[in-house]
Design a binder for this molecule. Structure first.
Ligand code: NAP
Length: 256
């Protein structure tokens, strides 16, 4: 199947590593131009070099209201048009509802909701030929993840935002969300370390115990997430909008 992304232009949030980088890599392999966005210039430069000439980058913190103008200028200068946006950044801090500080709650809000709203307010007018927006969420939109209450509370709101934006930006722009379960990235490795310390076991033991709860028996490879994300952002997914897709190896047991 041809994804139909050759010559199309995408902004890839969290593009320096992990799940965002995996999506950006596949889009570039399929002939798209990608502008990678994250905070660290070093990580971005490394990722863009690995992807090749189809990739450029802009260093910006999505939580910082002042960063949106920088991103918009980079979109204009590096892409000169926009067909798709991956709304994605680092995960919010672990912790339980009443233990998390006000600063942690507000920081999580800025990363997951405030920053994305400001980003889309600035960039959707540039999607003059239509296109697609994809939010990376989490399986916490269906079933709470133990010890990750910023995600459990705020991510369902992000999935709702994707749903209402699909109504408000259609028919020109499709909007979906993609919920990862456990993919082998720095984020998941660091969460496993936090759980290992709390339980007095090794991170490897946490990974083995978690994998045993996943019907497919393992963590996902980011490239397996990248393929789904690239599809949802592509014209090949032309009749999909307003949905939340779960990529979790059947980990979530909720029905439907
Ligand atoms: N991996 C999973 O299985 C899984 C499961 C559930 C949910 N998720 C969620 O999916 C998202 C991506 O996860 P991942 O595993 O790919 O994480 P990751 O490997 O830690 O990558 C996160 C990416 O986001 C960038 N980033 C972090 N904070 C940012 C900010 N404030 N502004 C702009 N960019 C920022 C990072 O680069 P810099 O550090 O340079 O900014 C990096 O490029 C996260 O929100 C995570 O919570 C992942």
């Amino acid at each position: 199947m041809d994804l139909g992304v050759a010559g199309k232009k995408f902004l890839i949030g969290g593009g320096s590593k992990g799940l965002g980088r995996a999506i950006g890599t596949i889009l570039a392999e399929e002939g798209a131009q990608v502008l990678l966005m994250s905070r660290s210039a070093y990580g971005l430069d490394e990722a863009a070099t690995a992807i090749g000439p189809a990739a450029s980058w802009v260093a910006a913190d999505i939580a910082d209201p002042g960063a949106i103008a920088t991103i918009a200028v980079a979109v204009d200068d590096n892409l000169g048009g926009l067909d798709g946006i991956l709304v994605n950044a680092g995960g919010p801090p672990p912790g339980e509802v009443l233990d998390l500080t006000d600063e942690q709650w507000l920081g999580a809000y800025q990363t997951l909701i405030g920053g994305p709203v400001r980003l889309l307010r600035a960039l959707t007018p540039r999607m003059t030929g239509g296109g697609a927006i994809l939010f990376v969420t989490s399986t916490s939109v269906r079933q709470p993840v133990t010890g990750l209450d910023t995600s459990n509370v705020l991510r369902p709101g992000v999935a709702a935002m994707a749903k209402v934006l699909a109504r408000e930006l259609g028919p020109a722009i499709r909007v979906n969300s993609l919920a990862p379960g456990r993919f082998d990235t720095d984020r998941v490795r660091s969460l496993d370390e936090v759980r290992a310390t709390a339980q007095g076991v090794t991170p490897e033991a946490v990974k083995a115990a978690t994998s045993s709860q996943i019907p497919l028996g393992r963590y996902g490879d980011p490239v397996e997430f990248g393929r789904v994300g690239a599809f949802l952002l592509s014209p090949a997914a032309s009749y999909l909008s307003g949905i939340s897709v779960q990529a979790d190896g059947a980990m979530v047991t909720a029905i439907p």
